[in-house]
Structures are given as structure tokens and as C-alpha cells.
Design a protein around this ligand. Structure first.
Ligand code: SAM
Ligand code: SF4
Ligand code: SF4
Length: 370
């Protein structure tokens, strides 16, 4: 379990606010961290369980039948999540992404989606509401989620070849069901669907071109993600990473690609368009090209710990505040105090150190949700 920084001593709960660090108080919609970065994007992990065992994320050896997941009462309730999301929005958050574990395993998720869809940004606009899923339950749930107010989905899919895909999810799940989920999501209006492919050398890099060919011209935006050294379960090695420039070179042997401008500041993917009008792809170079400079993302774990970096080993305990009876003002001040003190830029530091630094006890991707 990751270490947790208490924001307030539980015993002082009735004196909510007294133990909080100083920080800006009333939300202005323009909260900045210690490096001048706004808090635009909140990723909310709604469950720590998953029905897949992707080796780069929840390898079976670590996440076997004896693994202890969070008990139900530890999970933030939908009301707790929406309350926090509303406070984040007042500080400038414009985008919410539901993730996990596998978010579609959380019962009645559409109830949460409806609550989040009702939140407005500091400018009075609806938030961009998205979800990242492994796609296994998507065909069944897409219409309900859309009706509840979800805007878009991102589906993780690492291979088209059924044998390779079954091996990578390690639960023998067929690729056809995920592809069907993507089609249903597009058909009900949860597009443009993005597909995330984590590329691992010698495991699925031979699928890069096939994936591109499959999704070209369909409106789906395929994004290639460098395999990252998140968590401490996956035995990450630099040798397993296929750098984005290599992915680009392999694609360029088949198609002409032209760079596109980022659609929003802080966007993780570098966008490229097929010159023949076949749509676009994205390259997420989390390992070889640090994008900490405009990183505007915070992460709320399943049990209400606020993490400021994917590679953090400490979260800030918002659940204790919530359950200790803190007022909105106290919670808002806590969020502001944590974000305004943020200095994280792990990928840049790792880049400077030549991929050699690895903080201990890093949180697992399945806990924090990516
Ligand atoms: N279960 C959902 C899914 O797979 O989309 C949501 C949670 S998953 C942790 C979120 C994203 O993190 C997925 O796109 C997954 O491929 C990515 N991911 C997990 N471990 C990773 C790693 N070591 N390197 C790069 N991406 C990773
Ligand atoms: Fe599950 Fe997603 Fe992690 Fe795969 S990447 S094990 S689907 S949480
Ligand atoms: Fe943001 Fe941390 Fe990733 Fe840098 S390493 S881009 S600060 S999450």
C-alpha cells in the first residue's frame, strides 16, 4: 500500500481545517502549482479490481487469488467523488476521466456519471467527461453510460491478433469482444473513440502496423504508449520500451504522416495525421520525451488519496477529511494547499538521469488508474 500523507488528524475532525497547511482559500478557477501549472485534469479511479491481468500492469504473480483488494467501505462513494469533483472544478478542472482497475466493474457506474455530468467548470461549462476501459464490458454498457452523460471513451487494446491479445490480457479474453465494444461505443455516440496500445518490445511491437491499418479511416484515434516504469510489479526494463520515434519510423514505411498541433495544452499525445486523409494517430512518449512541463493532471485513488504524479509514492488523504465532517471550504482549501505546493516532474528527472532513477514503493497503475 502506498504511504499516505494525512491532511488532518482524524482526532481533530470536529475542528475541521485547524490542522491544514496554509494555502489560498476561495477557489478562483485558476489554481496553479509550484511550477505554474494549472489543475485542469482529474483522473478518478473508481475501483482497484480488474478482470484482466495485463502483465505490464497487474501481473498474475503479484495479483493472484491471495491479493487483498480494498474492502467496499474503503472506496469513495459516488457522493464523495462528486463532491470532490465539484470542488476541483471550482479550482479550474475541466476534464474528468474515470479509470481503475476496470471502471466498468464498479456497480451502477452510470449513477456516478450522471452526477459528474451535472458539474460545471469555473466558467460555467460542462466538464469533459471521459472513461478509460479495457473494453470487455463496453458493448453491454455503452448506451447506458452515454444516456447518463458520458462524452467519450478510451479503450485499451494492445493487439489485433487474438493469440497475442489473449496472452497479454492473461485471462484468455478474445479480441473480437473488445473490437465489438469499440464499434458499439462509436455507434451510440461515445466518439471519437481513442484506442490506447501499450507497446512492449518482443511482445506486441509486431502488431503496430496491423493496428494502424485496422483503425485507419474508421474515426478511431489509435495512440501508441511507451511502456512505463509505473508501480513495482511489472519488472520494467528500458530494453522493453519501444520509443515513439521507432513507432513513427515503422508507420512511416507504409504511410506519410504529418505532425498536428496539440488540441489542448498539457495534452499527453503528440498527434500525427495521415497525409491521405486516413485520420490521425497519437504517440505518448512518457519515457523518452518527458512532458512534465505542462502536466496539469491530478489523480484521485479509489480510496480517496490525492496523487499529484503518476510516479508518486505518497498520496494526500482526502477521505479522512470527507469522513471527518469537513466543510466544502475546508476540503477546497486542502486541495488548494496540496496543488499549490506541487513540484513533481519525475519523467524529466528520470530523463536527465538516463532512465536510471526509480523511486521506491511507487503506486501501482491499477491503483491510480493511469
Ligand atoms: N482497465 C482500464 C484500461 O485498461 O483501460 C483502465 C485502467 S488502466 C491502468 C489505464 C491505462 O494504463 C491503460 O491504457 C493501460 O494500458 C495503461 N497502462 C497500465 N500499465 C502501464 C504501463 N506499465 N505502461 C504504460 N501504460 C500502462
Ligand atoms: Fe486491468 Fe487496465 Fe491494468 Fe490491464 S491495464 S490489468 S485492463 S487495469
Ligand atoms: Fe506529470 Fe509526473 Fe508524468 Fe511528469 S512524471 S508528466 S509530473 S505525471
Amino acid at each position: 500500500m502506498p504511504r499516505v500523507i494525512p491532511l488532518i488528524d482524524q482526532r481533530l475532525a470536529s475542528l475541521a481545517g485547524r490542522a491544514l497547511p496554509h494555502g489560498p482559500s476561495a477557489p478562483t478557477g485558476h489554481l496553479l502549482d509550484g511550477r505554474g501549472r494549472p489543475l485542469r485534469d482529474l483522473r478518478i479511479s473508481v475501483i482497484d479490481r480488474c478482470n484482466f491481468r495485463c502483465s505490464y500492469c497487474m501481473p498474475k504473480e503479484k495479483f493472484g487469488k491471495d491479493y487483498r483488494y480494498l474492502p467496499h467501505q474503503a472506496l469513495l462513494t459516488f457522493e464523495e467523488i462528486s463532491r470532490l469533483a465539484r470542488l476541483f472544478a471550482a479550482h479550474g478542472t475541466r476534464k474528468l476521466r474515470l479509470t481503475g482497475g476496470e471502471p466498468l466493474l464498479r456497480k451502477d457506474l452510470e449513477v456516478l456519471v450522471a452526477q459528474l455530468a451535472a458539474i460545471r467548470s469555473a466558467d460555467g461549462l460542462p466538464l469533459d467527461l471521459t472513461l478509460t476501459t479495457n473494453g470487455s464490458l463496453l458493448a453491454r454498457k455503452a448506451a447506458t453510460l452515454r444516456d447518463a452523460g458520458l462524452h467519450r471513451v478510451t479503450v485499451s487494446l494492445d493487439a489485433l491478433d487474438d493469440a497475442v491479445f489473449r496472452r497479454m490480457n492473461d485471462v484468455d479474453f478474445p479480441v473480437a469482444d473488445v473490437l465489438h465494444g469499440i464499434e458499439v461505443a462509436q455507434a451510440v455516440g461515445l466518439g471519437p473513440v481513442k484506442v490506447n496500445m501499450v507497446v512492449k518490445r518482443g511482445v506486441n511491437d509486431h502488431e503496430i502496423v496491423a493496428m494502424a491499418r485496422h483503425f485507419r479511416g474508421t474515426g478511431v484515434v489509435l495512440r501508441f504508449i511507451e511502456y512505463m516504469d509505473v508501480g513495482s510489479s511489472n519488472g520494467w526494463r528500458m530494453a522493453d520500451v519501444v520509443p515513439s520515434r521507432e513507432v513513427l519510423a515503422r508507420l512511416s514505411a507504409h504511410w506519410t504522416l504529418e505532425p498536428l498541433d496539440a488540441s489542448t495544452p498539457g495534452e499527453t499525445a503528440q498527434r500525427w495525421a495521415y497525409a491521405d486523409g486516413g485520420g490521425e494517430i497519437g504517440l505518448i512518449s512518457s519515457v523518452t520525451q518527458a512532458f512534465c512541463g505542462d502536466c496539469n493532471r491530478a489523480r484521485l485513488s479509489t480510496e480517496g488519496q490525492l496523487f499529484l504524479c503518476l510516479f508518486a509514492n505518497r498520496g494526500h488523504d482526502l477521505r479522512s477529511l470527507l469522513r471527518g465532517g469537513a466543510s466544502d471550504e475546508t476540503l477546497s482549501r486542502a486541495i488548494a494547499a496540496v496543488w499549490s505546493g506541487r513540484q513533481d516532474h519525475y519523467s524529466e528527472q528520470r530523463g536527465a538521469a538516463g532512465a536510471e532513477i526509480q523511486p521506491e514503493d511507487r503506486i501501482e497503475m491499477s491503483y491510480i488508474g493511469g
